[in-house]
Design a protein around this ligand. Structure first.
Ligand code: FA5
Length: 324
């Protein structure tokens, strides 16, 4: 009958030779040398032997174990050497890059154009109180702009701001004139969604307070903006209008080429800051005057990029957004 230690050793050596990769080598180690492996199992049969056979058995088993451990180490080193080194010059896997939303880019461009004309950027909260959204802006209590149907009131005296003109007040409350600022941000109105209206949209508001400011300064700034934004042939037109916080007031139209045809497009409102507004923030209207304007940023982006429907800006359809 074959000696069981010899049989185990031969089987182990043959299996080790057949194990070609790191996974197979690890499986071999567990099978033969592991704590529940075959060598351990055979070792435990020693207790069945007589006292004179035990040392011989133990010594043989130790030799087999040491020889298998050495063979395993040699095989493992050889297998590791056989793995081809990583080629760091190979092209990596690429992932899809995102890009900034067309509205974010438009805001950056608007800030850049006004920045070059000396306007600094201010910010204000989207949750506002009625003082900043209406009262200080000379919008009296029963004015139609304060109707619940025209606003998102929050029920605690606060509301979602309906215009960025709120930031005019916040800036003038905290900084003395002269002032030359813009602010870009979201505003909210319960308007029905259609191709040109959304219930959340963005405005850029400008405010300049200094001595001897006139409508000419206002028109010059809007004209420079139109040219920077819509090309060197763009023009600006002001149509008389009414806003409670400016006097006189005007609608701002810009003339631009759309699909090869020159068109006047309404972008916002503007005017000379009403003396009542200056008084509400303790600025002396006898000494200081200024202009303000507010333009719709979606409308600017739509005209610049030929986007026919404002709703597309908010659908998050990558096929649409990737075009810009
Ligand atoms: C105002 O909001 C005034 N605060 C502008 C102003 C500022 C006047 C400073 C004088 C001095 P108006 O409600 O017209 O004005 O809105 C300005 C622009 O916001 C509009 O011309 C349009 O471009 C844009 N806008 C208005 N409603 C929407 C809407 N529902 N969706 C998208 N854009 C809109």
């Amino acid at each position: 009958m074959a000696d069981p230690i010899d049989v185990l050793e031969q089987e182990a050596v043959a299996a080790l030779e057949a194990a070609g990769d790191p996974d197979a080598l690890e499986a071999w180690r567990i099978e033969f040398l592991g704590s529940k492996g075959r060598l351990k199992a055979m070792m435990s049969t020693m207790r069945d032997l007589g006292p004179e056979e035990r040392p011989v058995f133990g010594e043989r088993m130790n030799r087999v174990k040491e020889s298998l451990q050495a063979a395993f180490k040699q095989r493992s080193t050889a297998a590791a050497d056989a793995i081809p080194p990583m080629d760091v010059t190979e092209p990596g896997t690429t992932s899809d890059l995102g890009q900034r939303h067309v509205l974010t880019r438009t805001i950056d461009e608007v800030v850049d154009v006004f920045g070059r004309m000396g306007f600094s950027v201010e910010e204000g909260p989207e949750v506002e109180d009625e003082w900043h959204n209406f009262v200080a802006l000379n919008i009296p209590e029963h004015h139609p702009a304060r109707e619940p149907a025209e606003n998102f009131f929050l029920g605690n005296g606060n509301m979602l701001r309906s215009q960025t003109s709120t930031v005019q007040i916040r800036v003038m409350e905290h900084a003395p004139p002269p002032l030359k600022i813009i602010t870009c941000g979201r505003v909210y109105r319960p308007d029905t969604h259609d191709a040109t209206h959304y219930s959340m949209f963005h405005q850029v508001e400008g405010l300049c307070i200094d001595r001897n400011i006139t409508m000419i300064d206002l028109k010059t700034v809007l004209f420079q903006f139109a040219r920077a934004c819509f090309g060197p042939e763009a023009e600006v037109r002001m149509r008389p209008s009414f806003f409670p916080f400016t006097e006189p007031s005007a609608e701002v139209d810009m003339k631009m080429k759309i699909k090869g045809r020159w068109q006047w497009v309404e972008l916002g409102g503007c005017g000379m800051v009403d003396p009542n507004v200056l008084e509400a923030v303790n600025i002396d209207p006898e000494e200081w005057s200024g202009y303000a304007f507010g333009l719709g940023i979606e409308r600017i982006a739509m005209r610049r990029h030929g986007i026919a429907d404002i709703r597309w800006l908010y659908e998050n359809d990558e096929r649409f957004l990737r075009q810009f």
